[in-house]
Design a protein around this ligand. Structure first.
Ligand SMILES: Cc1cc2nc3c(=O)[nH]c(=O)nc-3n(C[C@H](O)[C@H](O)[C@H](O)COP(=O)(O)O)c2cc1C
Length: 224
């Protein structure tokens, strides 16, 4: 219909320009009201008695209030991933096991990730490294941010090592982060985490930057 109008002899050049501008505004509006990008907040510790789930729940609340992503808390423990047990390289996506297929679907559904990670022996928890190994293409071109916690270090040594692995998976780890030293002091008996002001500010700054990267990397994800 629009093409017919534009092709018609009785439409002046200026009218065509107006119609063209209206189409541009419409497309721009469509882009702006598009479905929000999907953020997965991954609780990386899987051990019984872990404190990380309380930290992850706090961050989920921040992300919901931030409201720029469609966010979801993903508890790695619920996937019960054994030590990597697929016979083929994950790049082939020829998965044999139900746990891999379920994990693959979860990772594939996200546009961006926040890893809520402890530090074990100055490094990442094996549960996270194992989960990263399980799939490959599903991680590609997605930004990653970190909420780390631990003792004095606030988990930052674990994060540095996690970033190295993630770049091999074609992820983009971002600089803005939340690190929580002496995490136990901010947890109550029920395992609920109470942030300080700096941590809440850092969480929001991180989400803002993560959104920019998630949007910027969208064409690369679509071209996969
Ligand atoms: C195997 C192991 C190694 C640890 N290594 C470190 C460490 O290197 N640095 C640190 O700050 N805390 C370390 N901790 C203490 C953890 O920060 C603390 O146990 C924290 O609660 C772990 O997170 P989670 O309870 O969510 O698993 C370690 C804990 C475990 C279980």
């Amino acid at each position: 219909m629009l093409l017919a109008i534009l092709a018609g002899h009785d439409v002046s050049l200026s009218e065509r320009a107006i119609i063209g501008a209206a189409v541009c505004i419409h497309l721009e509006f469509k882009e702006r009201v598009a479905v929000p990008l999907k953020l997965h907040i991954i609780a990386c510790s899987t051990r019984p008695g872990r404190v990380g789930i309380g930290v992850a729940k706090w961050f989920e609340g921040v992300a919901v209030q931030h409201a720029k992503f469609a966010s979801e808390l993903v508890d790695l423990a619920t996937f019960n991933l054994p030590v990597y047990d697929e016979p083929r390289h994950p790049r082939l996506q020829k998965y044999e096991h139900a746990h891999t297929k379920k994990w693959s679907a979860s990772v594939a559904a996200a546009d961006a990730f926040v890893f809520v990670t402890p530090e074990y022996n100055f490094g990442p928890p094996p549960s996270l490294l194992n989960a990263l190994d399980y799939v490959y293409l599903e991680w590609n071109y997605k930004p990653a941010a970190f909420v780390s916690y631990g003792g004095m270090s606030g988990g930052i040594r674990a994060v540095q090592t996690e970033k190295l692995t993630m770049t091999t998976l074609k992820m983009v780890p971002i600089i803005e982060a939340v690190s929580i030293p002496m995490v136990a002091k901010q947890l109550n008996e029920a395992g609920q985490f109470t942030p300080n002001e700096a941590q809440t500010d850092a969480a929001n700054a991180m989400l803002n930057e993560l959104l920019r990267w998630a949007e910027a990397l969208k064409p690369l994800r679509q071209a996969k």
